[in-house]
Every structure is written in C-alpha cells, then in structure tokens.
Design a protein around this ligand. Sequence first.
Ligand SMILES: [Zn+2]
Length: 282
Amino acid sequence: MKTKIVFSEKCLQYGAWHVEGPLRLKRAQEILKEKDYEFVEPFYAPEERLLEVHDAEYVCKLKKGVVEDPDTPAYENIYEYARLSVGGALLAAKINGFSLMRPPGHHAGKSGTALGVYTRGFCYLNSVAIAVKSLGKPALILDIDGHHGNGTQEIFQGNEKVVYISLHRYPHYPGTGAHSEGNCLNFPLPADCGEKKYLKVFNEALGKVDVGEFEVVAVSVGLDTHTGDLASLGLTENSYRKIGKYIASLEKPTFFVLEGGYIGEKNGKDIDQLLKGYEKNI
Ligand SMILES: [Zn+2]
C-alpha cells in the first residue's frame, strides 16, 4: 500500500526569506502529487500533547513568540505553525504515513535549546518526540537527518522504552552526537563520506539493537545528507531508495517525519525514492 503524505498548505505561509523556507516543501509536494501520492490534512496538536515532552514555561514563551535565537526566528503565529507540524507527526504516527510539514523539530529539547547547544536549529517543538510519546509504545527512532538530533536525544536519554539511533555529519552543527550514550546510539560520519560508507554504518547501527523489542519505528527524515545540501554525506536519490529498503527490513509499523533538506526539487525525489524502497519491501 502506498504511504499517505500528511501535508497542509498552511505550512507554506511563513519564513520565505529563511533557508528553512516554504519552497523546500512546495516543490517537494508538487513532485509527490505528480507521482500520485494521496495527501491528508493534519490537525493542530492539542496542547496537552506538547506538554508530554516540553515544559510548560517553554510552551508559554513559544505562544508569546519570545523564543528567537540567531537561527530560529520568532515568526508571527509560529506557535500555531509548530503545533500544526506536530499534528502532522501525530497523524503520520496514526496512519503510518509521511509528515511533509515544517517547521522541523529534532533540535528542540524539553525547554527549547538542548544539550548545551546555543540555538534551536530552525526547530520549535519536537514533532517526532511528541508523536512517539503519544503512542506510548516501545519505539525505535531512526534519525537520518545529516545533523545530530540533540533535542530528541535529550528528551529520550535514559528512557527504557525508546532507543534513538542517529547517523549524522560530525564535526558539524549542533556539535553533539560524537559518542553513543546509553539508549542513544550515535554514528558520526565525515562530510561527504558517500553512500557505500553510509549504508555500511546504517546496517551496523541496526545490528546493535534488538528489533523485537520495539512495536513501532519512527523515522526523522532529513534529506540534507544529499550531495550539496547543508549536511551533505554524499548521498543521492538512489541512496534513499536503499535506506527505505533497510527500514522495511525491520518489519515494524513505521512512520516518517520530515526534518531538514533544503532543496525542494531533490526533497521531492528523495522522499519518493525512500518510500518506493520502503514499500517495495513490505
Ligand atoms: Zn539537518
């Protein structure tokens, strides 16, 4: 069955000047539409869901728009945009879909910045973390964004129900994720390491966990590992097809949440390939 894409045009309404801007999703959405994916509209995440992950003071500040940092602006109504993006992840978790929404979330920790990092890397609320918490099931989070998900690690560090795996470029923003810590397994990779090396490490990473322990797999999909993007690891469209195949081999209910990826045209093609690789093998 074809994976449904969770998307709302509302996520294109802000931040046109920023690198994390609407075009990165607009073009991706057009490409996926041409390829006959079915789209479903997300709902706004209820506040109590946010509070299962983030502290009340931070959520309150976000509502008031006082969360600006040097790379993460306090856009007008950003709380609502972020809440809708979380809603996308919650719906994706429910229907085993792909949330094609912005803003991203994996750098956002319990109270905003995470693990001593100075900025929130374009993130406001940690959508994937909120979706995993809402399910309440033992979960494997696979973070394939090219940046380490310091927010997700902070939120789940020491959590017995969750294992977090991240493959990311290092040294690079946010500077965390050099080593594994308990249930958070980190695989730092050199810039532009290429598909062969990436897939080898990906396989090794999956080999370190007992997949039988999990009831669900949540994938933080960052496409900025694509050659030429912000955290390039030298991957191509074809690499994402192979990654999708590996994810399918886990044979678990799976959902996907968009993180980074800053070139709309290739985002659309990469997502299509990732899902094709995944679907062909389930
Ligand atoms: Zn990233």
